[in-house]
Design a protein around this ligand. Structure first.
Ligand SMILES: NC(=O)c1ccc[n+]([C@@H]2O[C@H](COP(=O)([O-])OP(=O)(O)OC[C@H]3O[C@@H](n4cnc5c(N)ncnc54)[C@H](OP(=O)(O)O)[C@@H]3O)[C@@H](O)[C@H]2O)c1
Length: 282
């Protein structure tokens, strides 16, 4: 272990998906601002170039949550350097827009691989270390979209609904080992998620039945990215304050649309369908 005395007092926070401009990057800054020792990870170091390399509170590592090898190497490296992981933030995720009746199954699978299996891969690698200390916090990044799934983003909303359910199970299963599990449920937050979804969309085939809906499908990618979206810094500061509490909440939702979507969840299906049809031009 290569840490000095001051580092041994800090909470070690591992965050996935910290590319600049996204929520993970804002979370890294917010945890760093609270004097945590942040292991910020992303698929490439260059995408986190804005995080201060010389700041001893930040430690940057490459990580692909789809790879067992990458995840195991990351966890071994953190354990070797810092001897513990206090908080794991499973933030890495991909949005996917496409009609479910025509989406290539490989794309549906990729969305679940990243958002669901990638998260559980991280959980399985980190939990033994947390359990041995009977201490730790795991933060999973859900989405308000799981509260009111509409058209064009079924792969994404399905993956987040699955993640919400798995998070509920993990919360109970990890309690005997002293590990808190927190479902963070963002509303619409400014990030790269729309551009990333459109880059992915350009690899989709031409739709057969859904050609007339092309514009609505493309627009769906940017639904969370309007001028009124919540800035990622504002969202991240609130998340970090909630997560660092002695007794963190099981559910933390914030950001544009978070209240509307919480209400939507309880609406009768015919009203929900009416509203979503209007909003998504379906
Ligand atoms: N923004 C919103 O309105 C919103 C709403 C609800 C939930 N969320 C959730 O918040 C989380 C962060 O999203 P964001 O809005 O900040 O989007 P973003 O800016 O696109 O960030 C997503 C991050 O995940 C990373 N990532 C993707 N696949 C990965 C993989 N296989 N391994 C490791 N990292 C990977 C991306 O890396 P690259 O840069 O290499 O692609 C990027 O760093 C996601 O889970 C998303 O579903 C966002």
């Amino acid at each position: 272990m290569e840490q000095d005395e001051s580092q041994s007092q800090q909470q070690v926070v591992v965050i996935t998906g910290c590319s600049s401009g996204g929520i993970g990057n804002a979370l890294a800054r917010a945890f760093g601002g609270e004097k945590c020792l942040v292991v910020a990870t992303a698929r490439s170091l260059s995408s986190m170039a804005d995080l201060d390399h010389d700041n001893p509170n930040y430690h940057l590592e490459e990580l692909d949550v789809l790879s067992d090898q990458s995840v195991n190497e990351l966890v071994s490296s953190v354990m070797e350097k810092f001897g513990r992981i206090d908080i794991l933030v499973n933030n890495a995720g991909v949005q996917c827009v496409a009609p479910l009746a025509e989406i290539p199954l490989s794309e549906l699978q990729h969305t679940f691989d990243t958002n669901v299996f990638g998260t559980i891969r991280m959980v399985q690698a980190v939990v033994p270390h947390m359990a041995s200390r009977k201490k730790g916090k795991i933060v999973n990044m859900g989405s308000v979209i799981a509260l009111g799934a509409g058209p064009w983003a079924g792969a994404y909303s399905g993956s987040k609904a699955a993640l919400h359910s798995l998070t509920d199970t993990l919360r109970l299963e990890l309690r005997p080992f002293g590990i808190d599990v927190i479902n963070v449920v963002p509303g619409a937050i400014k990030s790269n998620i729309g551009n990333a979804a459109i880059a992915n969309y350009s690899r989709m085939p031409e739709w057969i039945l859904y050609k007339p809906f092309e514009e609505a499908i493309r627009k769906r990618a940017y639904f969370s990215q309007s001028s009124k979206s919540t800035p990622s810094e504002e969202f991240a500061n609130k998340v970090v304050a909630a997560v660092l509490k002695k007794n963190p909440p099981a559910w933390f939702s914030s950001g544009q649309f978070s209240t509307i979507m919480a209400i939507m969840y309880h609406l009768p299906i015919f009203i929900k369908d009416f509203l979503l049809k209007k909003a998504m031009k379906c």
